[in-house]
Design a protein. Sequence first.
Length: 333
Amino acid sequence: MIDSSARKNVETKKYNGYLTFLPSPDTISQEESSLTVHIDQASQNDYRKYHNRDFCWFEFKHAPTERPYQFKIETKDNYLWILIQLLGGGKVEITPALYVKDGMVYCYHLYDKEKNFSLDSGKSWLFMLGIAESHWPNLAAEYPLLQDIGKLGTDGMGHKQLVGQTAIQAKLMAALDSLSRFEFRPFSLSFRLAAWNLRLFNLVFQELKSPATEKEDHNITLYHKATRYIQENFREESLNTAVVADAMHVSVRKLTRSFEKRPFTVTGYIQELRLMLARDILRDSQDTIASIAFGCHFSSDKHFSRLFKKRFGQGPNEYRLAMQGNVSFKYKR
């Protein structure tokens, strides 16, 4: 399936997705492949794929674009697909059309041999796992949410192809991260990936929500994950909205949206925690105002003093005097 130069190409081609251990697509013979990707030449190193007779794995991680981006996937067999949309959004041409957004997992079945994807402008990152039709009945027997899949036939597939959807959870991200420990081995890789699939199935198929079910507010989950991350990292000088969004594997826009109608914005929450830390240091130490401002990553002591007074109703020196029994400390700039 993969030629002898695969290992060399893995080392020389740059790709930083979860399937980075796989050879470059140009080392896989299209005649032998049950999964063919029709994509422009400039994007040949923006994806990785692998397949055996039971499963297909596909990942696409594309640099920011100013315009929507399109590509096509062609398969020889029918598949039940798990689509994990990590970044960006777009449309998958199933019936009815599926509009995907980042931070979500979708499960759908296909009988079409070709399927078009249209991705929105900006960054795009998606991961897909396809399950061959021969396994659908047994899969449905183990996972009740898939029971309708086990009854499908080519002539009686119905009109709706979307099985369900759910939000990306921390355990799912951990499962994807575990792929970093994989390496390409021509014989054993298929078995390792098949075992990994079971972990993914348990995480996805037990959480799927029917399209007819009222959607969970996924912004709530993202908000709480982001606030926990900020609480653990606000002492880092480099922490900002973009860093938090990257850690959450979402766009800045999606992260910002999850903080709407909350007490603080992302930046405001980082600032709030730093002000609280500075207040504790003022109360318990004799450090200068300037050193506290610098240590808590404020741009200047004047800026810090202004924010502190706005937040707590008195300036840093006044607060310290009140808390330390009117013991004065020289305000050094």
